[in-house]
Design a protein around this ligand. Structure first.
Ligand SMILES: Cc1ncc(COP(=O)(O)O)c(C=O)c1O
Length: 412
């Protein structure tokens, strides 16, 4: 039986080998990265206890990321579906249009403390890259973003923003030309340049320290949500469902962080993975489809793989979710049965986008549209006193090309 310890941050619930539940995560890295990872681990464990550092983080979260983000009731959608009351935490209102701003700010602050002047990162949807380029500009750092060429073509508005902020995009043309290859290439670059360069992995994946920094940063979302819920209901509702899309897992972990210790009958955590095109076997949903454990980007996790254990090709309309692995912490939450994981197909995400955008004032990007698809599926079957909150963690501006191609010009 895998147990979650109450009262201890989920990011810290690993053993001395940095494994969660004795099997997920770890630091499976080349010898040359041992010391830089050790140094970063020591630096971050000091900084997260440093009141001055936390004050600085909170200052930039408030004044640069523009938090807290709105919490709104989706009256029309709730009325249309019947059943549960649906709310959205509109994280896409944060500066830059997504939750990736939190991790970017924290990494830029750490980079400065480490005395480094160059920061690098990976990106799929382009938001992690855009936010890192924004933070780099703000703090006077040189910035390089690694991005698959398939993603560069499908997420052009975010590429334009990265370049406008003065960062360089390193196109990655290997493998599937998507996020998985961008992370690999970025880590490869870091191996040869780690003395001068700070690495900011864009999600809760990779060697343990990157999972920790990212999870610690996005936890801001659930700290705000606790306040939002208490303001709206006077307490945490008795029947609450928190629905989030899951790529690498950073927005969902941030959205759930303060709620993990609640009884799952009171607060259900629902993660939505990308199911891929409706009539295809390809997906990026290793948790839903019970894929085996493998090593990806230095960490053990459930990962989409073939019979020989090679990482398999994935497919999703959403560049931000198109990644074969999942954060070791999500693997832990799945095996501990604390979170439930399911999928939405490309078509379901598109239909959800259209319904939400036509009825409400928000335009969720294709990633959170996967989460809305699950809300739309379950809401009609639930009682009126059930509260669903969807993390609307990205803005659809970056998806304009895809939405027009798939849904036509007047897609809202
Ligand atoms: C808006 C948005 N949501 C979700 C994701 C998925 O990543 P994660 O699971 O780390 O939040 C991405 C990744 O780029 C994203 O841009």
């Amino acid at each position: 039986m895998i147990r979650i310890q109450k009262g201890k941050p989920i990011i810290d619930q690993h053993d001395k080998n940095y494994l969660y539940a004795g099997k997920f995560g770890g630091n499976y890295v080349p010898e040359t990265l041992k010391k830089p990872i050790d140094d970063l681990t020591k630096l971050f464990s000091k900084l997260r206890k440093d009141k001055k550092f936390i004050k600085e983080r909170d200052y930039y979260f408030k004044n640069f990321a523009k938090t807290p983000t709105p919490f709104i009731k989706l009256y029309n959608l709730s009325h249309h579906l019947g059943g549960a009351q649906i709310y959205a935490k509109v994280v896409s209102e944060a500066n830059g249009g997504a939750h990736k701003i939190y991790n970017a700010i924290v990494h830029a602050l750490i980079c400065k403390r480490a005395g480094k002047k160059i920061i690098i990162g990976d990106t799929g949807a382009g938001f992690a890259g855009k936010m890192l380029s924004m933070a780099a500009k703000k703090f006077g750092l040189k910035c390089k973003i690694f991005m698959g060429t398939k993603d560069m073509a499908r997420q052009k508005p975010n590429c334009d923003a990265i370049r406008a902020n003065g960062a360089e995009i390193i196109p990655v043309d290997s493998g599937s030309k998507t996020l998985v290859d961008a992370v690999s290439e970025c880590m490869r670059y870091w191996v040869s340049n780690c003395d001068k360069v700070h690495l900011a992995i864009g999600s809760t994946v990779g060697p343990n320290i990157f999972i920790k920094i990212c999870g610690w940063s996005t936890a801001q979302i659930s700290r705000e949500l606790v306040i939002d819920l208490k303001k709206e209901f006077g307490k945490i509702p008795k029947k609450l469902k928190l629905i989030n899309c899951v790529g690498g897992g950073s927005s969902s972990l941030g959205f759930w962080n303060s709620f993990i210790d609640y009884n799952k009958k009171q607060v259900e955590l629902i993660g939505v993975e990308p199911g891929g095109p409706k009539n295809s076997k390809l997906h990026a949903a290793p948790l839903t489809y019970n894929c085996k454990i493998g090593i990806l980007h230095g960490a053990a996790q459930y990962v989409v793989q073939d019979k020989e254990g090679q990482i398999s090709e994935t497919k999703s309309i959403s560049a931000g979710l198109d990644y074969p692995g999942k954060s070791p912490i999500h693997c832990f939450l799945k095996d501990a049965k604390r979170a439930r994981y399911t999928v939405a197909t490309d078509e379901e995400a598109l239909a959800a986008y259209q319904l939400v955008a036509s009825m409400e004032k928000i335009r969720p990007s294709l990633e959170p549209s996967h989460a809305f698809a699950e809300a739309i599926k379950i809401a009609p079957k639930l009682s009126k006193d059930t509260i669903i909150v969807v993390d609307s963690c990205g803005d659809a501006k970056k998806d304009e090309l895809i939405l027009t191609k798939r849904l036509g010009k007047n897609h809202d």
